[in-house]
Design a protein around this ligand. Structure first.
Ligand SMILES: [Zn+2]
Length: 187
């Protein structure tokens, strides 16, 4: 089932036509029991609460035989559970690629030093390494492997991120594109 969409309107259209598609629930393996379950919101650091998607429910009421599990559908420009925009996350990655330290990259991206969060972001990115590498051939990496760093983690992560973004158009939101294209949460 699609999880990331271009716009809220596209999500809304999708949830209005749930009955026309017999979507399989990943938890209970029954089909076609999903109902729309309202919008989901997120508290952003730099903005008021923002509507970022909708929730659907594998319903067990009103004659339906689902399991009660909810699934969240997001606009592709939002990383689930991230309290910053994809623009800040991308700025963090760009600063890492420019060989800044993890804490300096974070401060450049969000405008204040928060070392604990900086390391948390870095760790989340490294946990996704296998996911990122799934989307390009290993040979593509060699040309990008020019980072001078003693950290093995950075040696693995930075060329991966550079390769991942190198084929995308500059003006586009790379992270949103990734989520939309692969239907996978970026981080
Ligand atoms: Zn279910």
């Amino acid at each position: 089932m699609q999880r990331f969409f271009d716009t809220l309107e596209a999500i809304h259209q999708f949830t209005r036509s749930l009955d026309q598609h017999a979507f399989l629930c990943a938890s209970c393996k029954t089909c076609g029991q999903f109902v729309s379950h309202g919008f989901c919101h997120k508290q952003h650091k730099f903005a008021a609460t923002k509507t970022v998607g909708k929730r659907i429910l594998c319903s067990k009421r009103s004659g339906r035989t689902g399991c009660g599990r909810t699934v969240q559908l997001y606009i592709a420009s939002e990383v689930p559970r991230l309290h910053y925009d994809t623009a800040q996350l991308f700025a963090f990655i760009t600063a890492l690629l420019a060989n800044r330290s993890i804490t300096a990259a974070y401060e450049k991206a969000v405008g204040k030093p928060e070392p604990r969060h900086a390391w948390r972001w870095f760790k989340k990115l490294t946990q996704q390494l296998i996911v990122y590498r799934h989307y390009f051939h290993r040979d593509a990496l060699t040309a990008a492997a020019v980072f001078h760093t003693h950290s093995l983690t950075r040696q693995l992560l930075l060329p991966t991120l550079q390769t991942l973004f190198s084929r995308a158009h500059q003006a586009l939101n790379h992270i949103a594109n990734f989520q939309k294209a692969h239907q996978v949460q970026f981080m």
